[in-house]
Design a protein around this ligand. Structure first.
Ligand code: SF4
Length: 267
């Protein structure tokens, strides 16, 4: 089997066999626009098949598997947002990993990048545990939601511009629904930083010109439909960055400490 059929018992699967399936970019736009809440986005996006190349890739990976996980089923579907839908802090990544989120069915779960991210969230008091290994490991996030700008694992971790644009309506609707509570968006890496601006603009946020440049610790405060939102840039928690020391534990903790300062600042 190449992907988990919807509604067959995968932990946290929001979809059923009757969930409408987006097969084109127009379908994504229509279904995202009509999503009334996070559950609607989660369920519809978790069965999305609008990008032929990414659907083929994620399902091939799920069928062939990595040797270390040969005995495990793979999710093989888009990864959805994780965490409370009324969070004040959101974390934006680029796309799930082939043998991480695409395997476990939960974003940043089951790979080294997730090890770094969830450990940092646990140190910050935002995650119930430091280890994130599977969708049914009991992890809870507090006042924090994690989303990806592209929901399917791409070959070489590189979605094409058309794939990014096709997936954008899911993110736009997610940002619109989060807007009443969202105060800080931590953006992991320059690709996600670049993807954030058009999605924020489409979601009704005021975008400065020129757009603020990405950097670790970069900070940009913008007007949201319901108040203000601060973007915080953070180097991606990729192995490339963490193994080389480009991103250290202290640097990552400092970003979440800054996020806490903003969220807890008096109005
Ligand atoms: S990348 Fe996004 S739009 Fe494309 S198939 Fe996956 S969920 Fe659908």
């Amino acid at each position: 089997m190449s992907a988990a059929p919807p509604g067959t018992g995968w932990p946290l699967d929001p979809a059923t066999a009757r969930t409408p399936v987006a097969r084109t970019a127009l379908d994504v736009q229509r279904l995202a626009r009509s999503a009334a809440d996070a559950h609607d986005i989660d369920s519809a996006s978790s069965v999305c098949r609008a990008c032929d190349r990414l659907v083929g890739w994620r399902e091939d990976v799920a069928a062939v598997k990595r040797r270390a996980y040969a005995a495990e089923p793979y999710w093989g579907r888009p990864t959805i947002g994780f965490g409370p839908p009324d969070a004040r802090l959101a974390i934006l990544g680029l796309a799930p990993a082939a043998h991480g989120g695409n395997r476990t069915g939960r974003i940043f779960t089951g790979d080294r990048s997730g090890d770094w991210l969830f450990a940092a969230l646990h140190r910050a008091g935002r995650a119930s545990q430091a280890e994130s290994v599977s969708a049914d490991d009991g992890m809870q996030l507090f006042d924090t939601r994690i989303v990806a700008s592209v929901r399917c694992a791409p070959p070489d971790n590189k979605p094409t511009p058309i794939e990014r644009a096709t997936c954008e309506p899911w993110l736009v609707r997610e940002l619109q629904l989060l807007a009443p509570t969202l105060q800080v968006l931590v953006v992991l890496g320059g690709f996600a930083w670049n993807a954030a601006w058009p999605a924020l603009a489409s979601a009704g946020y005021a975008i400065p010109r020129p757009r603020p440049a990405f950097g670790h610790g970069a900070e940009a405060r913008i007007a949201s439909p319901t108040g203000a939102l601060t973007l915080l840039g953070c180097y991606h928690v990729s192995q490339q960055n963490t193994f080389t020391g480009r991103l250290t534990i202290d640097m990552l903790d400092a970003v979440f400490a800054r996020a806490d300062e903003i969220v807890n600042a008096p109005d």
